[in-house]
Design a protein around this ligand. Sequence first.
Ligand code: NDP
Ligand code: PHD
Length: 368
Amino acid sequence: MPNSHPKIKVGVLGATGTVGQRFIQLLATHPYFVIHALGASSRSAGQEYAQVTKWKLATPIPVFVRRMIVQECKPDAEGFSECGVVFSGLDHDVAGDIEFAFRAAELIVFSNAKNYRRDPVVPLMVPLVNPHHLPVVRHQQTTLSPPTKKGYIVTNANCSTTGVVVPLAALEKAFGPLETVMVTTLQAISGAGYPGVSSLDIMDNVVPYIGSEEEKIEWETSKILGGVNDDGKGFDHHAHAPLKISANCNRVPVIDGHTACVSVKFRRETPPSLEDIRKAFADYTCEAQTLGVPSAPPQAIVVHDAPDRPQPRLDRDLHNGACVSVGRIRPCGVLDVKFVCLVDNVRLGAATSSIMNAEIAVERGYIV
Ligand SMILES: NC(=O)C1=CN([C@@H]2O[C@H](COP(=O)(O)OP(=O)(O)OC[C@H]3O[C@@H](n4cnc5c(N)ncnc54)[C@H](OP(=O)(O)O)[C@@H]3O)[C@@H](O)[C@H]2O)C=CC1
Ligand SMILES: N[C@@H](CC(=O)OP(=O)(O)O)C(=O)O
């Protein structure tokens, strides 16, 4: 986007929540976008943002946002109709109806919520993996009810899925389709929003259950790694080489950063060497980088060679939380190779992905 182009006004739905706060922090100085409207529940609506938000980030609330009046999440509430893009960090209990209404009112919605991820005409887009799914929004505009001229919805993936699918995409790009993936996650408490998991449940503990999380990783991965159908009207879900994937998800006492231990079997008969796998991770580049969008990290995957990395506390801030860290690449006695990966669940796992998806949409002419 040329520097002379005026910034695009954006709204944030769920602006007071964990993901909403990251949106505000990341958008406050954004070169393409300017925050114009904030929405949350009726508990917050009508009040100044700083009064109703339990701000949990280490940087202060941006000065111009502090006194903005939080609106109800309705497309006709003040400010939203002037927005070129609306980012959603809404609770999934309400995201379905609200995002539907914004799309129907001809607004472009980039959502973190799970509600539309499985819709056959909604792109489930991880910006470091599958921006080639974006053109399906044109089909969405004509077939999803109501038809729209401008409005559409793009979702990003579950935060754990995002951290795993980037290294898997790098392996598929270099070595062809994968056959089997086993994933065990160690997920941060911020993944459950605020106030989230009670301290009495998580301190000195591991909780081996996160509702629906395993099914999300297993289902979303194939949609993301798959292509677009030949007619451009939907997604092939990796049907040419169905992926067997099994996930185990655990909540651990970490504030930010989801770790995943991943084992992989390739479809090709002779697996690549560990050295070639390391190189495939380190060399992986994606469209967000070639387009040069502002949130794209200089390295999509940072490979760590120290035997005890990546670690959430040490590595989640790399490239402003916009990359995936990978380490401990080693042979697997059951499948072919195993490794550990780490993603910042609230940045690349949530707000950064939505913003980067929107940046890609700007560069490709889907937001004008
Ligand atoms: N946290 C994470 O790591 C990730 C979260 N997500 C997804 O992002 C979304 C937001 O998550 P998170 O920020 O953690 O959740 P939070 O619980 O921290 O925030 C929820 C937000 O939704 C708003 N909200 C709740 N009820 C209503 C309502 N009836 N009408 C309008 N707004 C409402 C809240 O406003 P109010 O303050 O007024 O109640 C708040 O702004 C969820 O769908 C989640 O699944 C996705 C990836 C990662
Ligand atoms: N369930 C994730 C966060 C989340 O909200 O996921 P989703 O966007 O898929 O509902 C976690 O607890 O870490």
